[in-house]
Design a protein around this ligand. Structure first.
Ligand SMILES: [Zn+2]
Length: 135
C-alpha cells in the first residue's frame, strides 16, 4: 500500500462528525391520509421537540391549512386530505418562525406572550427576545 492509499484510507475511516451540535433537526411529519382525513401520528414527538403545546401547533396548522383539526394524546386529525410534503413544509415553517432562535439558531425558546396577532419569543440559550407576526 502506498502512502497516498494509506492517507486515503485514514480519511475515509474518520468517524462522521456529530450532527447534534451542528444543527438542530426539525422533526419529519409521520402522516397518512384516511378517507377524507389526514392523521399525524407523531404529533407528540413534534410537540416534544418544539417544547410547545399540541394546542399551539394545532392552532397554527388550522390556520395554515384552512381545515378543522382535532387532537388527542396520540395523534392529530386534520379534516382534509393533506400530503405529507405539505405538512412537512408547514411544520418546518413553524419551527423557523416560532421555535428556532433568530440570533443563535438554537431551538431553546419559549413564548413570552401572544398579543394582537403577535408572538413574543425569548431564547433561553442567548437571551434574545423578538416578536413574530402571526400568520
Ligand atoms: Zn438564541
Amino acid at each position: 500500500m502506498t502512502y497516498e492509499q494509506l492517507l486515503e484510507k485514514a480519511f475515509t475511516q474518520l468517524p462522521e462528525l456529530s450532527e447534534e451540535k451542528v444543527d438542530f433537526k426539525i422533526p419529519e411529519v409521520d402522516s397518512l391520509v384516511q378517507g377524507s382525513k389526514t392523521i399525524v401520528k407523531n404529533i407528540s414527538q413534534i410537540a416534544d421537540v418544539a417544547r410547545r403545546d399540541k394546542a399551539e401547533i394545532a392552532k397554527y396548522l388550522t390556520k395554515e391549512l384552512a381545515a378543522p383539526i382535532t387532537y388527542d394524546d396520540q395523534k392529530l386529525t386534520i379534516l382534509a386530505k393533506i400530503s405529507q410534503n405539505v405538512l412537512n413544509e408547514k411544520v418546518k415553517r413553524y419551527f423557523e418562525l416560532y421555535i428556532i432562535c433568530k440570533e443563535c439558531h438554537k431551538p431553546d425558546t419559549h413564548v413570552l406572550l401572544t398579543d394582537r396577532g403577535y408572538t413574543t419569543i425569548v431564547c433561553e440559550a442567548c437571551g434574545a427576545k423578538y416578536t413574530v407576526k402571526n400568520s
